[in-house]
Ligand binder design. Structure first.
Ligand code: MFK
Length: 561
């Protein structure tokens, strides 16, 4: 009897991340001034090439490796060295050479420098095993040091954080979370004591220190004698290791055993008199670290979007070659619907996130007006919370598009979902960010600017169907604004209870408006992709609802015992 070769399905192929991304290319065509576009696009294309040649093959072959904590050297010395994976070492080199942090500070493209930087991050993120984590924190640290007015620390660290020479390049940690929690940072227990010789020393336990091998970190500690809460904390600069690489009065206990981001060496450490320098005043640490939060949340949103794009591209490539029930999945109406919904979510997420990126770039070069600054303050938490949720939903659905193969580790697919799940958690959970939206509104406003922006997208759209889609966005954000006024009058509990639904509605409504703007521009040039995505995103729904009675929540939960 002849043995029949069993059927083997072809795996999904990874395309060129720039060429295969019409959403990105269409956006760049619309927003970049003609004088800047060739430069930025050429940079993006050449990074995309290196990603394909260097990172894509290594990511697959390096799939099972994980970082390692080596506590002791062979002769019994405590070293607490963290060894990165091979892909991370390549990413470190590439990130330095291509200026993934530096571009934002070189500002060669003025207000578009942040767009330039985050376009590269968008290409890089899916292929770097979350090396974006140390880069995000380094970007946040660079911004703090650039603006804090501490010339000595800026002179010490910025040349490293912004270096394009891999041998000089540093990353920074952000040691914020303690076992008291990652959200209510004001509960931090780490104490800062000043030696008689004037050196600050930190004592305490940091519970989630990602990028444990970074050459520096920014951290919070309470100077002895200070009061409680975030106001009593101060922001400190730490270089955790001496010139020989030995820990400076700190112990790295273990790396976390996490659901995802397993290539990120997230450690538990104890500070046992670690020398540190004050970045600014010996108080108001939460306020001092806020610029870092703005940046890491922006990175989070960009990484969420690029993760979605990658997952949808893989699922689409697979659907074009996977035959079932007599035809490729890409010709099955129900499968096509599913993929198109994922693509529409991704396009909306992209437009929301890059709206924030554009404003960030304008603000940093002093070109943003007051209204834009208020809008930016609001858009960063909105983009982070909306895209974090989308990223998990899209990754989960994308895996389902592969059937059982999406559930099997060595296809490299399950990691997409595991790594997405961190996006709504770290850098502020969905609820913490919804409360940050309330904080932003209470302190700076910005709601009128957001609503006006969404209304303008309806007015400016000449296509009737796109105007209808924009109308759905207008209705949603106006409704949310009315709810906010009414709830504020009813009291803070009512506002807090509805904060997540409110924020999701504002974020999704704004995302739709931005997608309509892109779609109108593309339609005028005879291209219908973004318009179809906008209509679909509108149909998927942007209004998360607001009118639930908080008492109902208690009634449900009390009965659960
Ligand atoms: C894929 C790449 C992603 C990279 C990931 C890196 C991995 C890092 C691992 C982590 O996830 S670390 C944990 C992350 N933790 C957080 O993100 C903190 C979450 N909690 C919050 O954000 C809370 O809202 C917060 C700690 C800020 C609340 O603290 P407080 O002390 O109750 O804040 P308060 O009193 O409202 O504000 C203090 C000051 O900070 C105020 O200014 P003033 O002193 O001038 O009045 C606020 O306006 C200001 N502030 C707070 N949040 C701000 C802000 N300013 C600007 N933007 C914000 N978001």
């Amino acid at each position: 009897m002849r043995v029949v070769e069993p059927f083997c399905q072809e795996p999904p192929r990874v395309g060129d991340p720039f060429e295969c991304d019409p959403m990105l290319r269409g956006y760049l065509e619309r927003v970049l001034p003609p004088a800047l576009r060739p430069d930025i696009e050429a940079d993006a294309q050449s990074l995309a090439r290196r990603i394909r040649e260097e990172l894509v093959p290594l990511q697959q072959s390096d799939r099972t490796s994980e970082p390692r904590l080596v506590n002791w050297d062979p002769w019994g010395r405590r070293i607490d060295r963290v060894e990165h994976t091979a892909l991370w070492r390549s990413c470190e080199r590439l990130a330095a050479e291509r200026g993934l942090v530096a571009i934002a500070y070189e500002r060669a493209h003025g207000a578009y420098s942040r767009v330039h930087q985050f376009v590269l991050v968008h290409l890089f993120a899916p292929f770097c095993d979350v090396y974006t984590c140390p880069l995000a924190m380094s970007d946040g640290a660079a911004r703090i040091l650039e603006t804090a007015g501490n010339a000595a620390l800026a002179a010490r660290a910025l040349p490293h954080l912004l270096s394009r020479d891999p041998a000089r390049f540093w990353t920074s940690g952000q040691w914020m979370t303690e076992s008291t929690g990652g959200s209510d940072v004001g509960l931090s227990e780490t104490v800062a004591v000043r030696d008689p010789d004037g050196v600050w020393r930190l004592y305490g336990r940091k519970w989630f220190t990602s990028a444990a091998a970074s050459q520096m970190a920014l951290t919070l500690a309470r100077p002895q004698g200070n009061g409680p809460g975030g106001r009593g904390l101060a922001l400190f600069y730490v270089e955790p290791r001496d010139a020989e690489g030995r820990p400076r009065n700190l112990v790295v206990h273990r790396l976390k055993d996490k659901l995802g981001t397993r290539k990120v060496p997230t450690a538990e450490i104890t500070l046992e008199g670690t020398p540190a320098e004050l970045v600014g005043e010996p108080r108001d640490g939460v306020r001092a670290i806020a610029p870092m939060l703005t940046l890491t949340r922006t990175w989070n949103a960009v990484c969420a979007v690029s993760g979605m794009r990658h997952a949808v591209s893989l699922a689409l490539d697979y659907a074009r070659r996977r035959v079932a029930f007599g035809a490729p999945l890409a010709r099955k109406p129900l499968h096509v619907e599913t993929l198109a919904d994922l693509a529409a979510e991704t396009e909306a997420a992209f437009q929301l996130t890059f709206a924030a990126v554009e404003l960030l770039g304008r603000e940093e070069v002093g070109e943003a007006n007051e209204a834009e600054r208020r809008l930016l303050r609001l858009l960063v938490p909105l983009a982070k919370l909306v895209t974090g949720k989308q990223a998990v939903a899209v990754a989960s659905e994308a895996l389902e598009c592969f059937g059982g193969a999406g559930y099997v580790e060595d296809t490299g697919l399950p990691v997409l979902l595991r790594d997405a799940q961190v996006l709504p958690i770290w850098e502020g959970t969905t609820n913490v960010l919804a409360l940050d939206v309330l904080r932003a509104l209470a302190r700076e406003g910005g709601l009128a600017e957001l609503v006006a922006h969404v209304e303008a997208s309806e007015r400016e759209s000449s296509d009737p169907e796109l105007r209808r889609a924009a109308g759905a966005a207008v209705q949603a954000v106006r409704g949310a604004a009315r709810w906010f006024e009414g709830a504020a009058a009813r009291g803070s509990e009512s506002v807090e209870a509805g904060a997540r639904r409110f924020a999701l509605t504002l974020g999704r409504g704004f995302a739709l408006a931005r997608l309509v703007r892109q779609a109108s521009w593309e339609l005028e040039r005879g291209r219908g992709r973004a318009a179809a995505a906008a209509r679909r995103f509108a149909a998927l729904g942007v209004d998360a609802g607001r009118e639930l009675d908080p008492a109902d929540a208690h009634t449900v939960l009390d009965a659960w015992g």
